[in-house]
Every structure is written in C-alpha cells, then in structure tokens.
Design a protein around this ligand. Structure first.
Ligand code: GLU
Length: 287
C-alpha cells in the first residue's frame, strides 16, 4: 500500500498543530519553523490549529501563552484561533461534531470495535517483545474478535473504540524529508484507539479529520510521529479521504543525545526569552 506522499501539487497549505499541554520548547519551534519556511517557499498558507481536545491534559492558560510565544518567535499564520479563516473553528474542542461523524463512518464501515481493556490491561498483556516501533504496546487483541454482545456493554461501561489494523499489510509512503518509509500493520504497530472511554477522540482521528477538512497539503511534524503517520494513512483510507504529503523533522537532541522534550522547562521558549535570548539567536542555535 503506497499513499500519503504525492508531491505537493495542489495549493500549499501547511499547519502548526501544537497541543497546549505545556510551554512550547525549542524543539517545537524548530519543527514549526521548518513548516513555516516550507509554506513560504511554496507561496502557501500556514494554519495554526490548537489541538486542545484532551481537557485532562491541557490548561487554558497555555493556549494564550502558546500563541504569544509563537508570535514572539516570529511565526505568522494566515489562519488560526486568533485570526480566524475559512475553516474555523481552529481549536479542536470546537470540532467534536466532525470527529463524531468520522467515528460513525468508521463504525458503519466495520473498521473499529469496542474495547473494554484498560491501558494497564494492555501493558500487562503486551510486555517487552510486543512493543511497537514507537514503544506503544501492540494491542494483544483481547476484544478484537469478541461479539459486541459478549462485552455486555452497559451505559456505565468504560470502553474505547479501537481501529482494527490489517495485520501483515505494509504501509509505505515517501517522506518529503526522510525518504521511503515502510511500516507493517500488526508488527510495527497494532490496533489503536480512535475514541477514548472518557468520550474524547484520540489524536490520530482528530488529526486526520482536521488535516483533511482544512485541506492541508503537507503535514510537517516531528519524526517521533512516523509510525502515527502509518496509522493515519489507514484512517484516511477507511474514511475515503486523501492524505496530505508528509515531511518529518528529526527531533532535537542535546549534546548527550537526549531528546529536548524531556528537558522541557529549561528549554521552553518562555524561559529562554526570560534569560535574554532573542528569536534570532535561538533560530541560529536550532539550525
Ligand atoms: N498536537 C500534536 C502534537 O503536538 C500534533 C502532531 C502533528 O503535527 O500531527 O504532537
């Protein structure tokens, strides 16, 4: 299966899609800068999408601070929560009806199944050898082939909707930055959650629905999401939507090789700004 990597032959629309779960750090800024440069080089539009679906993890104050940090660093988006645009709203918490419609479509198509396993159940059943390419445990399939009636779902039952991946199918795409990529469904990743038991869509589903609805031509993001791209290509296919092209950026590491994300506070744009750094000097450090 090969999809998701056609050269960008439509009007270029790129996006920045931060989750307001903490302060933006230098690693985000570097990936976003690449996204902005690519939009500019292609005479395109840059969209800012606030990925605030997970109210258990995000804090409202982070949203305005995120937007302020982006402006300070030098980002200029043509569409977004602060400036509007033809695909509003640009905050995911206002787009649940679209995600729900996609969930229904997946359900009618038989692509998903209810799963009553907790994260702990999955972790315990899928120990070390069953970790996927991105260290997510591969779902052991406990609920996969159960009749829904056997799950005895009550209104109070906590269950996730899980996507049934086509085991053994290779998902191939050519990344605009990292070249040809191949991931095997059921090997590099397993059945994944598209809707959580607390009635929140998973990142994979919301991202696919929005990138398609907002007519994103190329998704620029961190290389930690390469396997998610394979998952998302399966969702595009199931929903009958066209995937964008993909451009994954290497993650920023410190001198010891540790990912910057882990040293969040010291390298947040806020802290760097307070210490007197300028956006220009930070851009030089990044690239
Ligand atoms: N909100 C996601 C994140 O911050 C976006 C990932 C993406 O660009 O698709 O990781």
């Amino acid at each position: 299966m090969n999809s998701g990597s056609a050269p960008v032959d439509r009007q270029y629309r790129g996006r920045l899609a931060p989750s307001p779960t903490g302060y933006l750090h230098l690693g985000h800024a570097r990936t976003f800068w690449t996204a902005q440069e690519r939009a500019r080089a292609n005479g395109g539009t840059l969209v800012l999408r606030n990925e605030d679906i997970d109210s258990t993890r995000f804090k409202l104050e982070f949203v305005s601070q995120m937007i302020e940090d982006l402006h300070w660093f030098g980002f200029e988006c043509q569409e977004g929560p602060d400036c509007g645009g033809p695909f509003a709203p640009y905050h995911q918490s206002g787009r649940f009806h679209l995600y729900r419609a996609a969930l229904e479509k997946l359900r009618h198509g038989g692509f998903i199944y209810p799963c009553t396993c907790s994260r702990k159940d999955v972790r315990q059943a899928a120990s070390a050898p069953n970790l996927g390419e991105d260290n997510e445990p591969i779902y052991p399939g406990t609920c996969r082939n159960k009749e829904t009636s056997a799950l005895n779902l009550q209104p109070s039952t906590r269950f996730n909707w899980r996507f049934r991946v086509p085991d053994g199918t290779t998902i191939s795409f050519t990344d605009g930055n990292l070249g040809p990529q191949q991931f095997v469904a059921g090997g590099h990743f397993g059945d994944f959650v598209v809707w959580r038991h607390d009635d929140v869509p998973a990142y994979q589903l919301a991202c696919v629905v929005d990138d398609a609805a907002m007519q994103i031509a190329e998704a620029v993001r961190g290389a930690d999401l390469l396997v998610s791209t394979a998952r998302q290509i399966l969702l595009y296919r199931a929903l009958g939507l066209n995937p964008p092209a993909f451009f994954h950026c290497p993650l920023m590491c410190d001198k010891t090789g540790e990912r910057l994300a882990k040293r969040y506070d010291a390298l947040s744009l806020r802290t760097l700004r307070a210490s007197g750094k300028t956006p220009e000097s930070l851009r030089q450090e990044c690239f």
